[in-house]
Design a protein around this ligand. Structure first.
Ligand SMILES: Cc1cc2nc3c(=O)[nH]c(=O)nc-3n(C[C@H](O)[C@H](O)[C@H](O)COP(=O)(O)O)c2cc1C
Length: 249
């Protein structure tokens, strides 16, 4: 498992080679062993392997090639549908049509996803998360026919790797770990924490290609702009309303 954690790198190119059923079963079983709130398991995993459904998903995932290439695409969903049905059948009044319940289910889904990712990597497969899941949740709901109380949270492309990228860098651990209480950052500490990342050859190339003065501008202006964030936030809030999670009264 050490290899899976410390050897992890996202894989975006896959061989045209199916995953044996036994290995897929292992990955899904590993996902199901994740902790969940109250052991309610309020998430679900949609397994897509067919070319036609993957093509539809690919369109929604901004045409990222790995969605078509990977033999297996796993969509992890926040899911209160099953649980609400069970409650109603057992003379119990469900109170899960609210934002907190959505967060509960989304957390369950993410923990299961990371278990699946580690299990796949442990078996020598490559994985990549797809953040486009929440951007395009409305389209993915239609494609996968997700009922009320089900919202796609994240997607994993899984398959045999057809590339060998190196490990990506990380910020120094002091950027993310605080002892006892949060210690806020001075401008000098911010300079120091981002120094290596800002001065890598990779960043210098990115700045040239994107014609930007700083790495931060590539995030704010190109990759995750305010305009896009507001647009996709509005879309996601509509999805939460439509799927029944915004009756906060
Ligand atoms: C929630 C989430 C969404 C992501 N979405 C995408 C994506 O849509 N496309 C992509 O190529 N990589 C995506 N990634 C992969 C990240 O870019 C990658 O994890 C990060 O750059 C660190 O690289 P590493 O995973 O190789 O260590 C996503 C990762 C996470 C955790």
């Amino acid at each position: 498992m050490d290899n899976a954690i410390f050897g992890h790198r996202s894989i975006r190119k896959y061989k045209n080679q199916p995953i044996p059923d036994k290995i897929l079963e292992y990955i899904l079983e590993a996902a199901s062993r994740a902790s969940t709130t109250g052991n309610m398991q309020v998430y679900s995993i949609v397994v897509s392997t067919g070319a036609e459904i993957k093509k539809q998903l690919w369109e929604s995932h901004f045409k990222q090639e790995m969605v078509k290439e990977a033999p297996v695409v796993l969509t992890f969903c926040a899911d209160f549908n099953r649980f609400v049905k069970w409650c109603k059948m057992r003379d119990a009044q469900p109170g899960y049509d609210n934002f907190l319940s959505f967060m509960t289910a989304a957390i369950d889904a993410l923990l299961a996803a990371q278990n699946a990712a580690l299990a796949a990597e442990h078996k020598g497969l490559g994985i990549c998360y797809l953040g486009t899941t929440t951007y395009m949740a409305d389209k993915i709901i239609d494609i996968l026919e997700l009922p009320k109380y089900v919202v796609p949270i994240t997607t994993l492309a899984v398959g045999y790797t057809n590339e060998d990228p190196g490990l990506t860098g990380r910020l120094p651990r002091r950027a993310i770990v605080h002892n006892e209480k949060y210690q806020d950052f001075s401008p000098e500490e911010i300079d120091s924490l981002y120094h290596d990342r800002e001065n890598s050859a990779f960043t210098k190339e990115l700045l040239k290609i994107n014609d930007k003065a700083t790495l931060a501008q590539i995030f704010t202006d190109n990759r995750y702009s305010k305009k896009d964030n507001v647009h996709f936030s509005q879309q996601l809030l509509e999805v939460l309303k439509k799927q029944g999670f915004m009756n906060n009264k």
